[in-house]
Design a protein around this ligand. Structure first.
Ligand SMILES: Cc1cc2nc3c(=O)[nH]c(=O)nc-3n(C[C@H](O)[C@H](O)[C@H](O)COP(=O)(O)OP(=O)(O)OC[C@H]3O[C@@H](n4cnc5c(N)ncnc54)[C@H](O)[C@@H]3O)c2cc1C
Length: 468
């Protein structure tokens, strides 16, 4: 491709302590928690709402929040759950048991309701939010980010700040700042494929097939996966023989979100590939709606109301952090002095193609012995949020530093909210003390997080973060 040199002066703004790029789970938590600690925060979000995949992406269910015995999440994430519970924002089948004592139990919610709750959180914390605003460039000197270039309807704008959090999912800010990153598609062929999720109406959840409460829903979900999808494949119903099928989430009286149909080989960092993927994803959504109408009880009148306006990307680019959380740590249920959260969710790296072998690999991993049992957890250390050598840049959420299998576990929204709270709190500590990201006093960070309600059971603390 030939190049064009752009030389232009653009308006510049100053005065922020922290700029957070991306208003998904991680970015929203980072912005709110930093603002509560006194920082002047600007949160920039490419779409028109907060919540990221959970709202724009129609991925309307939180990964597990309990270890099968007790609730594992604390701090902002727990506050969010309690607010959602009080405002009846969960699917009608959600009972306290879901949250407090279920192993591997996902928590469905109403995506529109979540948008409004997150709006309230940022307004109350005094975060300035700019929607429809995309981070496009970073201005860096040595290890320090000085400012970022933003693009929106008003044109380009330069914004300087003391600290930055990259919560874009794609590590867009870290990459723009020259931080070392892993582009996952290039590095491994077992990366989880993308899915364009959708919203369905017209479900008859009263159909006798669904029995009573969530246990009845599980019976149908398992029947769809184990009997009806294989039958439809045998009948030649589907365009692609995709054996793994997450399925529907009951999020309303007659509504559901649909997480079905993989867009294989999509490169989330190529606009051509993303664009083609949206077209293919919309075709798949029609097909899966027809599948439900034809094969699944209670779904005879189901209608496809909308597909998500953004591609559901599970994995794209991650930072090379001060530490990488690996399967060895996961298997060992390792706890860290600098952990900022503890978590329990299976390694969920979806099949990367339609072969039977990949499906079997997925099932073995997802249900295998490497996963965490009841009452167990793995720690998420602070150092996976720090791009190597960074002074004033943190990442949170999906673009943290872990290997592909562990990423398949801790990429979930509930973990992303907790990483966001930690990144925002670390930024506040750094601004207050002058400690750089890569030499932050992590015993102080853990103490601040604990005082904000985080569940951090480690007995020993350390001033130094965990390094390889
Ligand atoms: C199909 C699918 C199903 C999933 N199922 C589940 C599930 O059931 N339960 C669960 O807990 N997790 C699930 N996940 C994982 C989870 O949704 C994500 O990993 C999680 O949302 C990551 O949070 P995040 O804040 O890092 O990123 P995101 O949720 O992706 O949010 C990133 C935000 O940054 C914005 N952004 C991106 N680039 C820029 C930029 N340059 N400038 C400004 N803004 C930008 C985006 O618009 C977005 O709002 C699923 C993911 C997918 C794709």
């Amino acid at each position: 491709m030939s190049t064009y040199t752009l030389t232009q002066s653009i308006p510049a703004e100053a005065g922020y302590d922290l700029v957070v790029a991306g208003g998904g789970p991680a970015g929203t938590a980072a912005a709110v928690c930093a603002a509560r600690l006194g920082l002047k925060v600007l949160l920039v979000e490419a779409t028109g709402c907060l919540g990221g995949m959970g709202t724009s992406g129609l991925v309307a269910s939180f990964g597990p929040v309990s270890d099968g015995e007790r609730m594992l999440v604390g701090g902002f994430m727990r506050e969010l759950l309690e607010t959602m519970w009080a405002q009846k924002a969960f699917g009608p089948q959600v009972v306290p048991e879901f949250l407090h004592s279920q192993l591997n139990r996902w928590v469905p919610f109403h995506p529109e309701h979540l948008k409004r709750i997150l709006d309230e959180f940022v307004v109350q914390a005094g975060v300035e939010v700019r929607f429809f605003t995309r981070l496009v460039q970073a201005d860096v000197t040595g290890r320090r980010v000085n400012g970022v270039v933003l693009s929106n309807v008003e044109g380009l704008r330069y914004v300087s700040a003391k600290a930055f959090v990259d919560a874009t999912g794609d590590a867009a800010l870290a990459a723009a700042a020259g931080a070392e990153c892993k582009v996952v598609l290039r590095d491994t062929d077992t990366v989880s494929p993308s899915t364009l999720c959708a919203l369905l109406g017209g479900m008859n959840w009263e159909d006798p097939a669904y029995g009573e409460g969530w246990k009845g829903l599980d019976v149908v979900k398992n029947r769809v996966r184990n009997e009806l999808v294989p039958k439809a494949i045998e009948d030649g119903f589907f365009t692609q023989e995709d054996r793994f099928f997450p399925g529907m989430n009951r999020v309303a009286k007659q509504g559901a979100t649909l997480n079905a149909g993989h867009v294989f080989n999509l490169n989330p960092l190529s606009i051509r590939s993303l664009s083609d993927g949206m077209v293919f994803g919309r075709k798949l959504a029609v097909e899966y709606t027809e599948f439900y109408r034809k094969y699944v009880p209670g779904c005879e009148d189901v209608e496809l109301l909308a597909t998500a306006p953004v591609m559901g990307v599970r994995d794209s680019r991650r930072i090379v952090g001060e530490f990488e959380l690996t399967m060895d740590d996961f298997r060992a249920k390792r706890q860290f002095p600098d952990q900022i959260a503890v978590y329990n969710r299976p390694t969920d790296v979806h099949p990367s193609n339609t072969s039977k072998e990949e499906h079997e690999r997925f099932l073995k991993d997802f249900h295998g012995k490497d996963n965490l049992g009841r009452g167990e957890s793995v720690g998420i250390p602070y150092s996976i949020l720090v791009p190597r050598g960074s002074e004033n840049l943190w990442v949170a959420g999906r673009c943290h530093s872990s290997d592909t299998k562990v990423h398949g576990s801790i990429r979930a929204q509930s973990a992303a909210y907790m990483m966001g709270q930690a990144a925002g709190t670390a930024a506040a500590q750094s601004v207050a003390t002058g400690q750089p990201a890569d030499d932050l006093d992590t015993s102080r960070l853990v103490a601040t997080l604990r005082s904000a309600g985080a569940n951090l059971p480690q007995k020993e603390l350390s001033r130094q973060m965990t390094r390889a």
